[in-house]
Design a protein around this ligand. Sequence first.
Ligand SMILES: *Cc1c(COP(=O)(O)O)cnc(C)c1O
Length: 490
Amino acid sequence: MKFFSTRNPKICRTPSEAIAEGIAPDGGLYLPESFPVFPMEALSSMSGDDISVAVLSRLFDDFTENELRRAVTAAYDESFENGDIAPLAEAGDAHIMELWHGPTCAFKDVALSLLPHLLTASAKKCGITDEICILTATSGDTGSAALSGFSDVPGTRIIVFFPDGGVSPAQKKQMVTCPGKNTAVCAVRGNFDDAQSGVKAIFTGEAPAAGMRFSSANSINIGRLAPQIAYYFKAYRDLLAKGRIKMGESVNFVVPTGNFGDILAGYFAKKMGLPVARFVCASNRNRVLADFFESGLYDRRREFHLTSSPSMDILISSNLERLLCMFVGTDKTAALMQDLKEKGMYQLEGDTLAALRAEFSAAWADEAETAAAIRSYFEKYGYLADPHTAVGICAYEKWKASEEANDHETVILSTASPYKFSRHVLAALGVAAGEDEFADMEKLSEISGMKIPAPLASLVDKKVCHTAIVDIDEMPAYVRGKTEEKEWNV
Ligand SMILES: *Cc1c(COP(=O)(O)O)cnc(C)c1O
């Protein structure tokens, strides 16, 4: 399988090259030249790990199946509750796929537990002996999941930038207490888009220190995106096992969306043969995607809002570029991305928009609607959703009432533990928050009767070991300074 840049088909890589490189040298994202077929006929008898291996071995065909099997087994170990990366719950007439039973209690664990294995193996295959320095910008969950995944992995270092004041207290605590000797965590005075643009600029503009190379753990890296394809197949398997669907029947997926990575992985699953009727793209108040699917105008020139679902506070959804490329090709994608860079917007033509809308619906939820969804699903169904999942729930309810609704079974992706956002969840339930995030978690646990996940409960005793903060324009200098240091986090 070859992977090419979304902006230039001549930039073409093997899977391991694409993973090791992270982003194409022209700023494009790697996309497979075709989509291999998943063996649907065998799905019912596959374990979760089998599904992951089946997906990855078809896309990353310069890895052996054994190599991938070892990586998957090592990644999805006891750090996932019951060894299940994506248990399926129910609330009302929807199925809720809970992707947050991993080491940092958000769905990003699924990909970021696996990425270090894929990345170090890719580097080896490519004959790279340099140390790999992961640079990542986070809206909250990528940072903690990437730190958890890469902490003390030999041959790697990781630098995480997060927007100061733009992440939840629990998210921040998870990051700044990471003890790994190869980890650096730095707050940025700016929002997530600033941090992400800063990281992209370092990738394309900065030469790394001698003996080192940069790579990415954001969903711009195809090695980060691909592991997420598996749980869409897994949800389908579980619906089959529950007798809720018959083989071949289409289902819908509702996905709380920020950088468009998770939902795009679902679309990749469809391209690999999963029967999907419709994807519903759910946005919070930063509804640039909902507007885009409505009008074909992608316009980032708007006010940025900090919301209760910070991991979706994004105005530049990087992975949309991959989707565009699948619909309009590389030349046109390069032109649109140029427009986005120069004018802050681009406009799709009507027929392209119609083609997109045949696959994707979109809806968004403001803060009051998000809170109301948390409350109503808890009161009606006893289901406690975090604010990101609640945005998905809102979008589902709105979509159900729209002309685009259908009668197929629907799976809503639940992307974070409610305990990661206790303050907002409590407020939604009409309960005053306490004095700190741990008191809030306790309170929420009393109300819901659900145990606080161990990785969050244990944060209370952890020591802060990262305190750096920089302006956006200081990010390159910070990276330069860090990569010249021999020892980190001592
Ligand atoms: C990252 C994240 C999202 C958005 O996922 P994308 O792949 O960026 O669209 C949604 N919810 C949570 C909890 C997240 O951490």
